[in-house]
Design a binder for this molecule. Structure first.
Ligand SMILES: Nc1ncnc2c1ncn2[C@@H]1O[C@H](COP(=O)(O)OP(=O)(O)O)[C@@H](O)[C@H]1O
Ligand SMILES: [Mg+2]
Length: 293
């Protein structure tokens, strides 16, 4: 029998409180968005095509998705989604609108935060400007299940700060040697600033499986040889005219021609397991701000 006289009720109460506080913390963590960064070494490999298709495919599953076009200065995600946003990151930087006010709704209910075309400040942001933007974007993490961040090519300062903070990265490359070697350089840098990063590789716009596999084998061999570790191969996307047509009609190919070969490849990529677990230990944009210091 439990001797209730010796049972310290106040301790039980504080224990219960502690338990509930733990649950609260867990619930809060569960509420903040998973973050997946999409980057490449070389330009034009298909980051924005992948980002926009992933966004609508994950939204179709019922997730609240935010696509952030951080190819600041040369943003084009809005074009791929058929949107003409009134505001972009530049307006947030200039205090003309807050982050929430800058969002536009796109297909499948996704939200887009646009990059801004031809804005010098965004193409070469200072540390202070980046810090201001990261701070401004922080509240958005509570509003979404998944944030997909589409970067510009290469190792810009803003990209490196994101890579230091994210748990999950998708590197988009083509099968040509130049694209592969730039992709490897990006992976190497990402791995340096964030050794715990989970990275997947997509080989886009390839003629066929042999080229894709060959490209992946080369990437993997270089990574293992020089870094002692390699990313995961998520999959490959064929060069498909359906993609070009979808750009013309400004609807992601996954919606415009869901039976096309490219769309089927994007559907497989959208099921990459780490997207379901892409959480950071603390708020993503807090981590990104710390990375700037
Ligand atoms: N799998 C593909 N098949 C055919 N064309 C593609 C494919 N992926 C991308 N493209 C073309 O390449 C162009 C550049 O892609 P984009 O995603 O804007 O590159 P990035 O964002 O990496 O600069 C797109 O406008 C599209 O026409
Ligand atoms: Mg792009």
């Amino acid at each position: 029998m439990l001797d209730t006289s010796r049972f310290d009720l106040s301790r039980l109460r504080s224990f219960t409180k502690w338990m509930h506080a733990g649950e609260r913390v867990q619930a809060e963590e569960a509420r903040s968005a998973r973050v997946v960064c999409i980057a490449s070494g070389k330009g034009g490999t298909g980051k924005s095509i992948l980002a926009s298709n992933l966004a609508v495919l994950r939204a179709k599953r019922g997730e609240r998705v935010l696509l952030v076009d951080w190819d600041a200065g040369l943003a084009n995600a809005h074009l791929l989604l058929g949107l003409s946003p009134r505001y972009d990151l530049g307006h947030i930087l200039d205090d003309q609108v807050d982050a929430e006010g800058a969002l536009v709704e796109g297909p499948e209910g996704i939200r887009l935060l646009s990059g801004g075309v031809g804005r010098h400040a965004l193409a070469n942001p200072t540390r202070r400007e980046l810090d201001k933007l990261f701070k401004a974007l922080l509240p958005l993490e509570q509003r979404f299940d998944l944030m997909i961040i589409d970067h510009g090519a290469g190792l810009q300062y803003s990209t490196v700060a994101h890579l230091a903070a994210t748990s999950t990265l998708i590197v988009v490359t083509n099968h040509e040697v130049t694209a592969l070697s730039d992709a490897y350089a990006l992976y190497k840098r990402a791995h340096m600033v964030n050794p715990n990063l989970r990275t997947g590789v997509v080989v886009n716009r390839v003629p066929g499986e042999t080229d894709a596999q060959g490209a992946w084998e080369r990437f993997k061999a270089a990574s293992l040889r020089f870094l002692g570790t390699a990313p995961e191969f998520i999959g490959w996307v064929p060069a498909d005219e359906a993609v070009g047509r979808s750009v013309q009609v400004r609807v992601p190919v996954s919606l415009a021609e869901p039976e096309s070969r490219a769309a089927r490849a994007f559907a497989n990529i959208a099921s990459w397991g780490p997207i379901d677990h892409a959480r950071t230990t603390s708020a993503f944009y807090d981590k990104a701000r710390r990375a700037l210091r």
